[in-house]
Design a protein around this ligand. Structure first.
Ligand code: SAM
Length: 348
C-alpha cells in the first residue's frame, strides 16, 4: 500500500540532506527488515530534528562571552595594523584637533567611552599634554569589561609621569554612564570625548553621539573611530548583516552610516580615512584555532565555525577572500581594515 515514504522537511534544508530521508519500501522485505528499517528511519528523523533545531537556533553574539571576545580582540590587534594606524593619526593629525580644546583652562575634562585596555587613550592623553602642558586632566573612563578596566588600571600604575591626570573608573556601558549623568544632574562639561571602535555595541549610535556631543564645552571635540564604509567590514556587512549577529548590543555600523546620520541631521563634522589591514590567512584552514577566533571577531558570532550553517560559512569565507574585501600578498590574505575618523564640535 505504502510504496514510498518521503520525508520532506518543512524548513529550508539542503537537498543533499533530505535525499537520505527518501526510502523505497518495496526494498524492505519481511518483518525483521521492517523493524530494522523503522529503527533506521527513527534515527534519521531524530537527526533531522537536530538539524532543524540547529538551523532554527539564532547564532550567539560574541560580545555575550567577554572572555572569548577579549581573546579574539587581542588576536585581531596582533594580526592587524589597527593600533599602528591609530597611533599614526594620533601623532600626526590629532595634535591640531586638540590645539583649541579647553580655551586656556587650567583643568581639562576628558571622557573615554569603551576605552578597552587604555593603550590608545594614553597615547591621546600624551598628545593632549604636549599641546596643553600646564593643564591638569580629569579623565573619566567608561568601560564595561572588568578585565579591560583592570588591564588599564595596571598600565596606569606602571607608567611614570601620569600624576597630572585624575582617573575616574566607571565600570559600565555608555548608556549606564548617561543614565548616571542624568540622575546626578551633572553640569560638568567635557573638553575632549572619544569613542574608539565602540559604537557597534550601543543600542542607538545616533542617540549616543547626541548625548556625548551635548556634554562638550565650547571648543570641545568628540572623536569617533569606526571601520570605514569602504573597508572589507563594510562589504561583509552589506552582504551578511541580516544573517550575522546584528542585535541591539552588536551592530554592523561603519563611519559611512554615521556620516549619513549626521548629514541627515545637518550636523557638521570633519572626517579622515586611515588605511589598515588584518592578516586573516588562518581563517581558511579548517579547524585552525587562530582562524576560528579571528572568524568569531570578523562575524561577531560566538563559535562561528561550529554554529553557522555550511551555506553561511561558505559564503562568508568566499567573500572574505574576494578582492572586494582582501588582497593576497606573499601567500597571506590581507583583509581591508580601513578605519574612518569623525570629529564633531560642540553643539552650537
Ligand atoms: C573593540 S574594543 C575597543 C577598545 C579600545 N577603544 C581600542 O580601540 O583599543 C570595544 C570596547 O568597547 C567596550 N564596550 C562594549 N560595549 C560597550 C558599551 N555599551 N558602552 C561602552 N563600552 C562598551 C568593550 O568592552 C571594549 O573594551
Amino acid at each position: 500500500m505504502l510504496k514510498q515514504m518521503l520525508v520532506r522537511p518543512t524548513l529550508c534544508i539542503p537537498a543533499s540532506y533530505y535525499k537520505v530521508q527518501t526510502f523505497d519500501l518495496t526494498a524492505v522485505g519481511g518483518f525483521g527488515h521492517l523493524v530494522a528499517f523503522l529503527r533506521l528511519y527513527a534515527r534519521h528523523a531524530h537527526q533531522q530534528q537536530l538539524y532543524v533545531r540547529a538551523m532554527a537556533a539564532p547564532l550567539k553574539c560574541l560580545v555575550n562571552d567577554d572572555d572569548r571576545y577579549q581573546k579574539s580582540f587581542q588576536l585581531f590587534l596582533d594580526r592587524s595594523s589597527e593600533h599602528l594606524c591609530m597611533k599614526d593619526f594620533i601623532h600626526n593629525m590629532l595634535p591640531d584637533i586638540l590645539a583649541s580644546v579647553g580655551n586656556g583652562k587650567s583643568r581639562l575634562n576628558v571622557i573615554g567611552v569603551g576605552s578597552g585596555a587604555g593603550t590608545i587613550d594614553l597615547e591621546m592623553l600624551s598628545q593632549l599634554r604636549l599641546k596643553h602642558p600646564q593643564a591638569l586632566v580629569d579623565n573619566e573612563v567608561v568601560e564595561p569589561s572588568s578585565q579591560q578596566l583592570h588591564n588599564y588600571r595596571v598600565m596606569v600604575g606602571q607608567k611614570p609621569d601620569l600624576d597630572y591626570i585624575t582617573f575616574t573608573w566607571n565600570k559600565m556601558t555608555a548608556s549606564e554612564f548617561e543614565e548616571q549623568w542624568r540622575q546626578k544632574n551633572m553640569t560638568k562639561k567635557a573638553d575632549f570625548i572619544h569613542m574608539i571602535q565602540m559604537l557597534y555595541y550601543v543600542k542607538d549610535p545616533g542617540a549616543t553621539i547626541n548625548f556625548f556631543q551635548s556634554l562638550l564645552d565650547k571648543n570641545g571635540k568628540l572623536l569617533i573611530i569606526l571601520v570605514s564604509g569602504e573597508s572589507g567590514w563594510g562589504k561583509l556587512w552589506e552582504a551578511y548583516r541580516s544573517q550575522l549577529c546584528n542585535t541591539e548590543i552588536s551592530q554592523c555600523v561603519t563611519t559611512a552610516d554615521i556620516k549619513s546620520l549626521l548629514d541627515a541631521r545637518k550636523v557638521p563634522y570633519k572626517s579622515y580615512e586611515l588605511p589598515s589591514h588584518m592578516d586573516i590567512t588562518e581563517c581558511f584552514t579548517e579547524g585552525d584555532h587562530t582562524g576560528e577566533l579571528l572568524l568569531d571577531f570578523l562575524t561577531e558570532v560566538l563559535d562561528f565555525s561550529k554554529t553557522a550553517s555550511p551555506e553561511l560559512k561558505d559564503g562568508v569565507l568566499r567573500l572574505l577572500r574576494d578582492p572586494q574585501c582582501s588582497v593576497e600578498k606573499e601567500g597571506r590574505v590581507l583583509f581591508n581594515n580601513n578605519l574612518g575618523v569623525i570629529v564633531l564640535d560642540a553643539l552650537s
